[in-house]
Design a binder for this molecule. Sequence first.
Ligand code: A3P
Length: 345
Amino acid sequence: MLFKQQALLRQKLFVLGSLAIGSLLYLVARVGSLDRLQPLCPIDGRFGPHSQDEIPLRALQFKRGLLHEFRKGNATKEQIRLHNLVQQLPKAIIIGVRKGGTRALLEMLNLHPAVVKASQEIHFFDNDENYAKGIEWYRKKMPFSYPHQITIEKSPAYFITEEVPERIYKMNSSIKLLIIVREPTTRAISDYTQVLEGKERKNKTYYKFEKLAIDPNTCEVNTKYKAVRTSIYTKHLERWLKYFPIEQFHIVDGDRLITEPLPELQLVEKFLNLPPRISQYNLYFNATRGFYCLRFNIVFNKCLAGSKGRIHPEVDTSVITKLRKFFHPFNQKFYQITGRTFNWP
Ligand code: A3P
């Protein structure tokens, strides 16, 4: 009898022990899986569960890995359907200005979990051949994203191309438009530097900046030179204002984006009605590059390509002074229209 009771007790103890070990193992496994679900980077981590613009955790986890695969065309139709991914027309476009810092702006905005960038410049609205292919062609050029995310593309040629405002208006009259500007003379020299590099690569000779920017007959600023014309921001903006109200534009200070990117990005987040998610953690200064680089999470960071941040040739100071004087009245008008003042000379 006693033996039978002892056996029963042992059996009960065994069952209880097994249950305890089982629960422990379950907890360990659960914590492990929760741990894997923990976001890797602070941008993701700051998405509180009750955030108004909540983005499912899955969206955040897949954004950098899976979406990347999808963009490269590696996703199966089934994966796209399963993850509810779509190719959406952009809700915002960086329309220019060339050499203003358009690539840096796009890449930095892409740090935001609710933003998905179109990696390539699509040139849909400024290129007649592309435009003739229709809006579906354009949409198919967009990256896959979740419906609650926004797609952003950048094609700096849009800002200066005559037909573009009307074409974009026809697609979406309430689209948000981003323009990143730099001090006009610096931007013009940057523009020249890019063209010069292209010529040198092809072993071609090229004129000096001074020769192009100043008309040798009049000794005045050569307004036929494209790099000069592009820097007359107000002239271009006025064409856009025939289609869109000024409230639909946001002007980004490209010079400040170089030295102090975060406050500029926070202004853009606000303009796009996005919750503030880009933080100082996502941007670190790289002394070798001399620029801020991007940190997505503990393992993934990147700087912009070497073609961004070229060394400019030295330009005659009298030419610089002449150009600055030339741009001055246009700049004043630009400040007046946009309501954003810069300390341009
Ligand atoms: P420079 O090459 O004249 O220095 P865009 O992308 O519109 O072509 O603009 C290029 C400019 O972006 C560069 O001009 C560079 O100064 C600027 N830029 C801004 N932030 C940058 C960053 N974090 N890394 C590299 N370049 C950056």
